[in-house]
Ligand binder design. Structure first.
Ligand code: MTE
Ligand code: MO
Length: 209
């Protein structure tokens, strides 16, 4: 198939949100450098509005012993490339919610990564059974560039909502903007509604301040 035929086929794929095109291969895209992995000091924390009031953390081994799941979730980058049918395996966000229950007042979460990268999500999106802290992609461990040891994969949101190199989850009792949401990107980020930029936000889409 020629390149334009491919593009045309891609555009008609019902799994492609508006304004997206299929990507061959898997590009590496992020802000800043790739962090080094330090197994001895690595942990993944849950803090903020936990039901117990305490924070919880797992070391690398402990996190990898948690029950696992496999999902198929498409990746849609706001720069317009999409990767369809990727298989991710890891630990469901719902499993973290079971193990470290949030306070009943929790409405949103902030997922934190190395170097202070962050992305906010409504609790309901985080709790979706397909939202996964992925350690593997198509059966292979993630490479460092793609987020080793753990990245978040979120169904139905642009890919910036899925931090690579995750280190913490903060339970929040109000919405707050993450890294890109503070820098002009849409707070909800639903690719099917092409919610790319914050100027498109309507009342109720984002935090007031
Ligand atoms: N920590 C971190 N995670 C990140 C980003 C980033 O800059 N830092 N960029 C996001 C964006 S915009 C995209 S499109 C995907 C890209 O993932 P990939 O490099 O595995 O294709 O990572 C997301 N996760
Ligand atoms: Mo992106």
């Amino acid at each position: 198939m020629g390149q334009s035929a491919e593009a045309a086929a891609g555009q008609s794929d019902p799994r492609l949100p508006p304004g997206q095109r299929l990507q061959r291969g898997w590009p590496v895209l992020h802000y800043g450098p790739v962090p080094r992995f330090k197994p001895l000091s690595w942990d993944l924390q849950v803090f903020g509005a936990t039901a117990s009031g305490d924070k919880h953390s797992w070391d690398h081994e402990g996190f990898h012993r948690l029950p696992r799941t496999t999902v198929r979730v498409d990746l849609h980058c706001v720069t317009r490339f999409s990767m369809l049918d990727a298989e991710w395996s890891g630990i469901a966000a719902a499993t973290l919610l079971d193990l470290v229950p949030p306070d009943p007042g929790t409405t949103h979460v902030m997922v934190w990564a190395e170097y202070g990268y962050s992305a906010n999500l409504p609790l309901a999106v985080f709790a979706d059974p397909s939202t996964v802290f992925a350690t593997h992609h198509d059966g292979e461990p993630l490479t460092l560039e793609h987020g080793f040891p753990v990245r978040l994969v979120v169904p139905g949101r642009y890919a910036w909502k899925g931090p690579k190199w995750v280190r913490a989850v903060e339970y929040m009792t109000a919405d707050r903007r993450g890294f890109w949401e503070e820098r002009g990107y849409h707070n909800r980020a639903d690719p099917w509604q092409e919610q790319r930029y914050s100027y498109q936000e309507e009342p109720g889409d984002g935090p007031l301040s």
